[in-house]
Structures are given as C-alpha cells and as structure tokens.
Design a protein. Structure first.
Length: 280
C-alpha cells in the first residue's frame, strides 16, 4: 500500500493556515494569503488585523491583474471562479495563475478513458507536451483540465474532451459517468494548491483512436490497466494529481481490495487530509 499512499501524502502537504493569513471575501473565509503577496495586498488596503478582507468580490479580477503586472505571478489569461461555501454560486473570478497565491479552491475534471479487451481492461494515457508549464512530459489522463469561470464540470469535461482527444460532445454527454470527487491541499512552488477534482469514467470501443487537437498532448498510449497499476505503484511517471484519480480507479476496479483495511485507508485518504477538509 505504501507505493500508493505516498502519492496521496505528497498531495496533502499543506498545513493550514500555517504561515498564511486568512482571506475573507464578502465575509466568508475563502483563501489563505501567500506571504509573497501580503505586502502588495496591504498596500491595496485589504489588511485587517491578522486577516485580509475584501468586501467587494467584483474587485478580485482587477486585483489579480494588478499583482500580475507587479510580476508576482505569471498569468494564464484564463479566469477561474472563486468559490465560497460549497453548493453556492461563486463569489467572483480571478486569473487561474493567481489561485495558489490566494489559496483559493481550484476545480478540475479528469476522465478515465477505458477500453475492455479480451485480455482485460485497458486505459488510454496521454503524455503531456514538453512545453507544458506544469509537469512537462509526464503521463496524464486521456482528458483532464481545469474548470474555467462560468462553466460547470460537465461543460468543462465536454470542452476538454473535444480539444484534447477529439471526442465528440455527444459521446461525453451520453456515456461519461461521474464517479467521484477527490480533494487535497498541497504546497507547491507556485503556492497553495487546494484542488477539487471531479472524476469521470468513459468506456470506449476498441476501435477508438484519440487525436490530439490542441497541442497539449505529445502522444497517446493504450496500456493494460495492470501496467498502469505498476507504474503508479512503483514510479513517478504520472503528473502528481493523476496518481490520485488512478488509485481511485484501482479501488473501483478491485485491483486494490476496497474492503480491506488498506483499501479503506486509501479511500479515506483520497477524500483529503484533515487540514484539507478543515477549510471551506
């Protein structure tokens, strides 16, 4: 089990709040301020004792743009929603690159592209392009990506599937199944990653051949799931958070006994560390 648990632990390294200050937007705790932007936010008048507060969420986008202009992060030029309480509408939006500096929740979608052959289950794997900003050249899912502002996870997975693997919207709408949610709180060089991953399974015909359409994937590989199992267990070939989605798949496919003490421990760990669950 340690071969799998190490990936989960590696994605739950953040201590919250740690050295960060709480950030309230419209009265709600929604993030944790990275010390690298604390002085800039103080100069904008957002410091409030030991916290930072913003009463007007509509300012988030311009605040993010100003921080980027100061060279405090590299913008993605893509807006993401800023979430407060789960189940309620987003409070505002900000450039995707700013999310880790504010400790905002980032929502992503991951799709397991499965093919059942005579010798068992197989999985489509993508290799990330070498010029990707994050984890270039690492193995990845058939389809994965963030959920841009204004889109639901369902809309985002349809968009990503068409862009990354030339899968038609109808195939995703009719056949992709949401199978779980994974969350974690991770310290990375870009800041605090508080991610919520919406996971999908898609059973594909043996005749399917993915075609990369947006240049983000270098190649696609169709591997026996047993081989993927060994890669996750024994190597770091996959992008850091893809390992977690695959461990969840292994539990559902019973490659790891979900009813064993080890399986239950992995399942609980995938829900997020105590620190991750303590935040909104």
């Amino acid at each position: 089990m340690n071969g799998f648990m190490r990936h989960i632990r590696a994605c739950n390294t953040a201590i919250l709040p740690g050295q960060r200050h709480v950030f309230r937007v419209a009265g709600e705790i929604v993030g944790y301020i990275d010390p690298r932007i604390a002085t800039a936010l103080s100069d904008m008048g957002l410091a409030n004792g030991n916290e930072f507060t913003l009463d007007d969420p509509s300012r988030l986008e311009s605040i993010g743009a100003e921080l980027a202009s100061m060279g405090l992060y590299r913008p993605h030029d893509e807006l993401f929603d800023v979430w407060g309480k789960e189940g309620e509408p987003p409070l505002g939006r900000i450039d995707r690159g700013a999310l880790p500096l504010f400790g905002f929740i980032g929502v992503g979608v991951h799709l397991n592209g499965l093919v059942r052959k005579e010798d068992g289950q197989h999985l489509w794997i993508g290799r990330r392009a070498r010029d990707k900003r994050l984890d270039p050249g690492k193995l990845d899912h058939l389809v994965a990506g963030g959920v841009p502002a204004g889109l639901t996870p369902e809309q985002a997975i349809i968009k990503e599937a068409e862009e990354e693997a030339s899968l038609s919207p109808d195939v995703i709408r009719d056949n992709a199944r949401q199978v779980g949610v994974i969350q974690y709180a991770l310290d990375r060089p870009e800041g605090l990653r508080r991610d919520r991953l919406i996971c999908y399974d898609l059973q594909l015909p043996d005749s399917f051949q993915p075609i990369p359409a947006d240049g983000e994937v270098e190649e696609f590989l169709l591997l026996p799931i047993a081989e993927v199992f060994q890669l996750v267990k024994n190597t770091d070939e996959f992008k850091f958070n893809v390992n977690l989605v695959l461990i969840d798949l292994f539990l559902r496919e019973s490659l790891i006994d979900p009813h064993s003490s080890e399986g239950r421990a992995l399942r609980q760990a995938l829900l997020g560390s105590e620190n991750a669950q303590a935040v909104p």
